[in-house]
Design a protein around this ligand. Structure first.
Ligand code: SF4
Length: 344
């Protein structure tokens, strides 16, 4: 992680990372005054990006998963581990700070939902595999033609690979992805009676399906809690100093130790939505970030509010979302559906 200028950090952020008093500092953050440099700290919750929409219903969100993801050799469940803060913060302070960030994010994204269009577990599984190395938007623009022609695992298992390749061409890596989705469809037919299994252990036996894809399906099609560690999740939890692990399985375990299991799926949604809209990889929009007072990495991105606002994406920036058929709650919050392939 890049070093952050202390002068740019809001008071709460400055105190938080190493600090044993992090939760106390964080609570005071919104009311805190100027930084050492005289900059006003960002205001939590009330920014354009963080406007509350209390009527919105919370739903799940889907993350990208890798079609080329290697199946896990062993589908070991997440081990319960002790909370081990990477900085000098106490375990209790870290748990409190992490949970507070999640609560704030739940207010910022009350309409968070899976960003892949799907109508059943099979469609979600296939769409998640296709989402590797491309955007959910591109997958959503491609899958209507695929599922219209091959609606079931039986249909896709028996499909002509060349025809499927043509349909999947817009997703990139279309030959490998064709092989993956036909292969997993065959495995569904041969090993699971044409039904998507509802356990981690079974899902990771499917070709091209690893833990990440499995958790997306379990969390969003079966309602079973899981943490999905994608690229956004990895980046943000390191910025927040929730863990300094770099291995996805270890990140999953370290972050899982900070939250009750019942929070895991929604937590994944909140973190990934924030990574896609505000806390970008190269230029996080710190000046428009509703959780800036809680963030040890404040200042890593653009701190000028007006400039930061221009960096916001999807509904936070006034643009269409990724789904062609988003949930009603998203539309009610002012979100707009994505255009079909070729329309924009
Ligand atoms: S945009 Fe990211 S790095 Fe910047 S304050 Fe927000 S969470 Fe922290």
């Amino acid at each position: 992680m890049k070093k952050t200028s202390a002068a740019k950090k809001p008071p709460a952020a400055r105190k938080t990372p190493a600090a044993q008093k992090a939760p106390t500092a964080a609570k005071k953050a919104p009311a805190a005054g100027k930084t050492a440099a005289g900059e006003k700290p960002p205001v939590a919750k009330k920014s354009a990006a963080g406007k509350k929409t209390p009527a919105m219903k919370k739903t799940a969100v889907v993350k990208k998963a890798a079609s080329v993801e290697k199946p896990a050799r062993k589908a070991a469940p997440v081990k319960k581990i002790a909370v081990t803060p990477p900085s000098g913060e106490s375990p209790t302070a870290l748990v409190r700070r992490a949970r507070r960030i999640n609560r704030e994010l739940a207010e910022v994204y009350p309409y968070a939902h899976p960003e892949l269009d799907f109508e059943n577990p099979f469609q979600l599984l296939v769409a998640t595999v296709l989402s590797a190395q491309t955007t959910d938007l591109r997958v959503n623009q491609t899958t209507p033609a695929l599922f219209a022609k091959h609606p079931t695992p039986e249909d896709l298992a028996a499909a002509n690979p060349e025809e499927v390749e043509e349909i999947l061409r817009p997703c990139g890596f279309f030959r490998a992805k064709t092989k993956s989705v036909i292969g997993l469809s065959k495995a569904l037919v041969e090993n699971f009676g044409g039904e998507v299994p509802g356990t981690l252990e079974e899902l990771v036996t499917l070709p091209g399906v690893g833990r990440k894809t499995a958790f997306v399906v379990l969390g969003n099609a079966f309602g079973r809690p899981g943490i999905t560690v994608d690229t956004h999740f990895q980046r943000l939890v390191r910025r927040w100093q929730w863990t300094d692990e770099t291995d996805p399985d270890k990140i999953e375990a370290a972050v899982g130790a900070l939250f009750p299991k019942s929070d895991w799926t929604d937590l994944s949604h909140h973190v990934i939505w924030h990574g896609r809209r505000i806390c970008h990889a190269r230029k996080p929009a710190c000046g428009a970030c509703p959780i800036a007072p809680l963030c040890p990495a404040y200042g890593e991105g653009e701190t000028d509010p007006e400039k930061a606002k221009k960096l916001l994406k999807y509904e936070k920036g006034g643009f269409p979302g990724q789904r062609l058929k988003p949930p009603q709650a998203y539309l009610d919050a002012g979100g707009r559906p994505a255009p079909p392939l070729g329309a924009a």
